[in-house]
Design a protein around this ligand. Structure first.
Ligand code: G1P
Length: 304
């Protein structure tokens, strides 16, 4: 089973990051020198993906500029012996074919995925939500591709979340646990209340899906009253005798879709990076001195 395509929905308005997102897409928020969306593309390419389709909108031109070569800059850097600064992004550009489809109205994740139908054809394909950055030795999409091949079926990535967080996620109901990490899914529900949640296994933004998802999306779009949800289409597939598996992926997940989550990602990943670790620790130390030294102690407060 060949899985060479991934769809990356990037058409959200990013209202949580206003006014920044008035001109810059939230997918371009910097995380240690790279835009957030770089991480999902890198994960996909490291999982053997060759074609990336971004679902964008009219204000996301910076994404296509980033994933395009800039020979003038490369010549300049070569001259200064600094080509290493763009080595990572240039590798992605060289190894990958990028396509773009615009979603003209924000009609939901399901609607964004449905726009990928002509790109995908009759294959299994990956979906990576760029708000989720997952750091692990073996890329998450690669973990899912292995299971999709093994089971010849749709697989979604899940992780356990605290019970009071289930309201933020798509949650699965397990039909059967096959191995400690692999589950046969009975049904799914998007952002349930705490009392209605069938488990605490939450979808974490990586999927490998049969092209049959498009028929389900088309069918449910007829009676969707609000945004078209991908989770509802997966449920529809299950009701029509398609198998769906959930795989508890290994790795640490960061949610860069909120200002707090983005900040946490920058600090956590910065602490793992020898280039930034000392600076972050020093800043935190200075701040704790600033907050905890009593004013009367004679110590001068440090200014950052
Ligand atoms: C989306 C999906 C949801 C999933 C989540 C993971 O929700 O609809 O099922 O659990 O991503 O990040 P969103 O966070 O875009 O509202």
């Amino acid at each position: 089973m060949e899985i060479t395509k991934v769809v990356i929905p990037a058409a959200g308005l990013g209202t949580r990051f206003l006014p920044y997102t008035k001109t810059v897409p939230k997918e371009m928020l910097p995380i240690l020198g790279k835009p957030a969306i770089h991480y999902s593309v890198e994960e996909a390419v490291n999982s053997g993906i060759e074609h990336v389709l971004f679902i964008t909108n009219r204000s996301k031109a910076l994404i296509s500029n980033y994933f395009d070569s800039n020979t003038e800059l490369d010549f300049f850097l070569q001259d200064k012996n600094k080509l290493a600064d763009v080595k990572g992004i240039n590798r992605l550009i060289k190894e990958t074919h990028f396509s773009y489809i615009r979603q003209s109205e924000p009609l939901g994740l399901g609607h964004a995925i449905l726009m990928a139908k002509p790109f995908v054809g009759k294959e299994y394909f990956g979906i990576a939500l760029p708000d989720d950055i997952i750091i692990n030795k073996r890329p998450s999409l690669d973990q899912l591709i292995r299971i999709a091949r093994q089971e010849r079926a749709t697989v979604i990535a899940v992780q356990e979340v605290p019970h009071d967080h289930v309201t933020n996620y798509g949650i699965i109901r397990v039909k059967k646990q096959i191995t400690p990490n692999l589950f046969h899914v009975e049904s799914l529900v998007e952002k349930p209340s705490i009392k209605d949640a069938p488990s605490n296994l939450a979808i974490v933004g990586r999927y490998v899906v049969s092209h049959k998802i498009f028929a389900s999306l088309e069918e449910i779009s007829g009676y969707a009253t609000q945004e078209l949800q991908l989770t509802d289409a997966l449920c529809h597939m299950l009701q029509h005798n398609e198998k769906v598996f959930a795989y508890k992926i290994e790795g640490t997940r960061y949610d860069v879709g909120t200002p707090r989550g983005w900040l946490k990602t920058v600090v956590d990943l910065g602490l793992q990076d020898p280039l930034h670790k000392e600076d972050i620790l020093q800043l935190v130390q200075q701040h704790s001195n600033h907050f905890f030294l009593p004013e009367t102690s004679g110590h001068k407060k440090l200014s950052i």
